[in-house]
Design a protein around this ligand. Structure first.
Ligand SMILES: NC(=O)c1ccc[n+]([C@@H]2O[C@H](COP(=O)([O-])OP(=O)(O)OC[C@H]3O[C@@H](n4cnc5c(N)ncnc54)[C@H](OP(=O)(O)O)[C@@H]3O)[C@@H](O)[C@H]2O)c1
Length: 340
């Protein structure tokens, strides 16, 4: 039997994405074959496609950081949920496909009654926001944080999860999306017309407990300046290192060195770090399962509501990337393979 998947044969713009067909592979020991019902389109997919994130998968690869699907076949001698079980996994690559081979230990059960598309819109964004808020910044009720890109998918996750934890969020966004941030309890800062450092200086204490920054480049250093003593600046993206379709390695390096590495040498009690969804796997091996299950449970209980922008078939993956790059669609774009 053959299956279809999107592949990235070389680095470049959305036009490099190809719909390929291959013989369906059998799962090896420790693996499970999952029939994919929904796969989120993430900015990280675009960064991997353009080569902005160092150490990405070997080409050709199938993009897709997350997937929701049904266990189809379990590898020999592998402990895994039974065939037919609906599961969620963060995989970094492989989601844009009708079937995917996934390590059994990455699978988290999809709670009863949860829609696969909504779960896909939630999984990566809410998982990383949950980890950054609670495991990295260790926020408490009454903490104040600053979130950049607060109107986006991850930004929305920060706003909803922070509200549940009693945390005040200031969020940079474009003026057009300020109401959206406000509606989720955030305090919008116009990213073009206002200097967020000036806004933060006007707060009690003149600084925030944590800043979460996906912009990168010189923006990291500015974010670090808004953090209080004992607080943390968490970089989690490098949007600035992608201009048009071209990677800008200098800006990326400037972000890491100037905003993450060099501030560590200043004895001011502030922390800086770059987080990704895999950052805590060594230090907190149980965190992946726990945190993904936690955010899925919040979704099941109706306590969070990820925004689905549009569902698209696999053959429109390139259009999905273009729409994300130009912010043409508000809310998460989710690919729904035809076999689902
Ligand atoms: N580290 C990880 O594991 C991980 C995982 C997932 C995502 N990420 C990163 O998270 C970031 C956001 O992803 P997403 O899925 O939320 O994307 P998204 O839905 O496209 O949202 C990004 C938002 O950023 C805002 N923005 C763009 N440039 C900005 C600027 N200069 N200043 C302030 N805001 C700006 C835009 O909103 P406005 O137009 O309102 O400004 C946009 O809505 C990306 O950098 C992605 O790589 C990292």
């Amino acid at each position: 039997m053959r299956y279809r998947h999107v592949s990235v044969p070389r680095l470049g713009g959305a036009e490099v994405l190809r719909l390929s067909s291959d013989e369906l592979p059998a799962p090896a020991v420790g693996q499970v074959r999952v029939r994919v019902l929904a796969a989120g389109v993430s900015y990280g997919d675009i960064l991997l496609r353009a080569g902005v994130i160092p150490g990405g998968p070997k080409r050709p690869f199938t993009p897709g950081y997350d997937l929701v699907g049904v266990v189809d076949q379990v590898g020999p001698g592998t402990r895994a949920p039974e065939p037919g079980t609906r599961v969620v996994a963060l995989v970094r690559s492989g989601g844009y496909a009708e079937y995917a081979l996934v390590a059994a230990n990455r699978l988290v059960p999809l709670p009863e009654g949860v829609d696969p598309v909504e779960a896909s819109a939630l999984s990566l964004n809410y998982f990383i926001a949950q980890q950054m808020l609670h495991r990295v910044a260790e926020v408490r009720q009454g903490s104040t944080v600053l979130v950049h890109g607060a109107s986006g998918g991850v930004g929305t996750a920060f706003l909803e999860l922070a509200a549940l934890a009693g945390v005040t969020v200031y969020g940079t966004c474009s003026a057009a999306r300020a109401d959206q941030v406000r509606a989720l309890g955030g305090r919008p800062i116009d990213r073009d017309a206002e200097d967020f450092r000036r806004v933060v200086r006007g707060l009690p204490g003149g600084a925030v407990d944590a800043v979460f920054d996906p912009i990168g480049g010189p923006h990291f250093l500015r974010s670090y300046q808004a953090v209080r003593r004992g607080g943390v600046m968490v970089g989690f993206g490098q949007n600035a290192a992608l201009r048009g379709n071209q990677r800008d390695l200098l800006t990326g390096a400037q972000g890491f060195l100037g905003g993450i590495v060099l501030p560590k040498l200043i004895p001011d009690g502030k922390r800086t770090l770059f987080y990704n969804a895999w950052s805590l796997e060594k230090s907190h091996p149980a965190a992946y399962q726990q945190d993904l299950a936690t955010v899925l449970e919040l979704l099941q209980k109706g306590l969070v509501k990820p925004r689905v922008g549009r569902t698209m078939p696999l053959e429109e993956a390139a259009d999905a990337h273009r729409a994300m790059e130009t912010a043409a669609i508000t809310g998460k774009i989710v690919l729904v393979p035809a076999a689902a």
